[in-house]
Ligand binder design. Structure first.
Ligand SMILES: [Cu+2]
Length: 147
């Protein structure tokens, strides 16, 4: 610590930082968001991760935005006559009660990144902004990894 900073100011700064961390923990947690790298010419990608609502109330994941995508849809994956098909998820899927979580994973629910703006490159990251109605807008890094 430089001698110019009054210890009380340092304490207040730490307290403010802790308060911010605490308020994050009490809201929406979106950890370990990731996407596979895309092949040349690909027009879509999928975002995965686990989202948990610890806000103390109900919310709805109503909007999504990423600079990597022209638009994003929440998709489910279903097996129909032995064929894997994905389709827009039922609206009820995005409604999260307090303590509920939403698992986005390969062969399951995912955020479909359509009209891909540029290839997703292994080792890089993109960002994802999600609006949880009545709670908060969450902006997270999406790690691009070939898992
Ligand atoms: Cu999809």
């Amino acid at each position: 610590m430089t001698p110019h900073i009054h210890p009380l100011r340092f304490v207040l700064a730490v307290a403010a930082a802790l308060l911010m961390l605490t308020s994050c923990a009490d809201g929406i947690a979106a950890d370990d968001m990731w996407a596979r790298p895309t092949a040349p010419g690909a027009e879509a990608a999928a975002f995965y991760g686990v989202i948990k609502n610890d806000s103390g109330g109900d919310t709805n994941l109503s909007e999504y935005y990423s600079p990597a995508c022209g638009r994003i849809e929440l998709h489910s994956t279903e097996m129909t006559d032995g064929v894997m098909e994905m389709r827009p998820a039922d609206a009820a899927v995005s409604i999260l009660g307090d303590g509920d979580s939403l698992t986005l994973e390969p062969m399951g629910l995912h955020l479909m990144c359509l009209e891909l703006v540029e290839p997703l490159v292994d080792g890089e990251t993109t960002t994802l902004e999600m609006t949880f109605e009545g709670v908060e807008v969450v902006i997270v890094d999406v790690a691009i990894e070939d898992r």
